[in-house]
Design a protein. Structure first.
Length: 197
């Protein structure tokens, strides 16, 4: 059981990364192996760091034998995926969007179908776009056929769209991230038979 956190922030140690680490720690206590990846690291070495739709269907030629190919190989092994993003102008960050847009070949090959997904978000102000960003993360995952869950749990409450914080403010967002990580791991264990690899 592998749960991956994908940090869409350009900061490897900011609020988004801390939320992901909290959720991954909870997934680990539920018996999962965990791994944190940073989108900006995966994009290093790309001639063009965003998708230009150079082939249809996607051949993956633009990232062949690159760090991004290594990251995508890891994603293809994941049973669960936690997407994290800071809020940039009311939506996901450019590094995360660029990284995700290059997953077209994975989508064509249904590599993330039935992988359990969830989102965590860090905003710079209260009511700064956290919920629309969580909705965007969910839409990105649903386009891959992923099973998207929120931060609800029998030991807590039915939950919300995911876990979010205001940057620099230690509120209950980290508690919600723990619940979210536990939920992702539990649903990933329960749906393991649906992922055909």
């Amino acid at each position: 059981m592998l749960i991956i956190g994908l940090n869409g922030s350009p900061r490897p140690d900011g609020g988004t990364a801390r939320l992901l680490q909290t959720a991954l720690a909870a997934a680990a206590t539920a018996g999962a192996q965990t791994l944190l990846l940073h989108a900006v690291e995966g994009l290093k070495g790309q001639k063009v760091p965003f998708c230009v739709h150079c082939s249809s269907p996607c051949s993956g030629e633009c990232y062949k034998d690159t760090r991004l190919a290594e990251f995508f190989n890891l994603l293809c092994r994941a049973d669960g995926l936690l997407l994290g993003s800071p809020v940039y102008f009311g939506t996901v960050s450019a590094p995360l969007k660029a990284f995700w847009d290059k997953t077209r070949k994975l989508r064509k090959e249904k590599m993330l179908l039935n992988v359990v997904g969830a989102g965590v978000v860090c905003g710079g102000s209260r009511f700064g776009g956290q919920e629309p960003t969580l909705e965007t993360l969910a839409a990105m995952m649903l386009c891959h056929g992923m099973t998207v869950v929120g931060d609800g749990h029998y030991d807590a409450d039915p939950g919300h769209l995911g876990a979010c914080i205001r940057y620099g403010e230690e509120d209950d967002g980290f508690e919600r991230a723990k619940i979210l990580g536990q939920r992702v791991a539990e649903v990933a264990w329960a749906t393991q038979h649906l992922r055909k690899r």
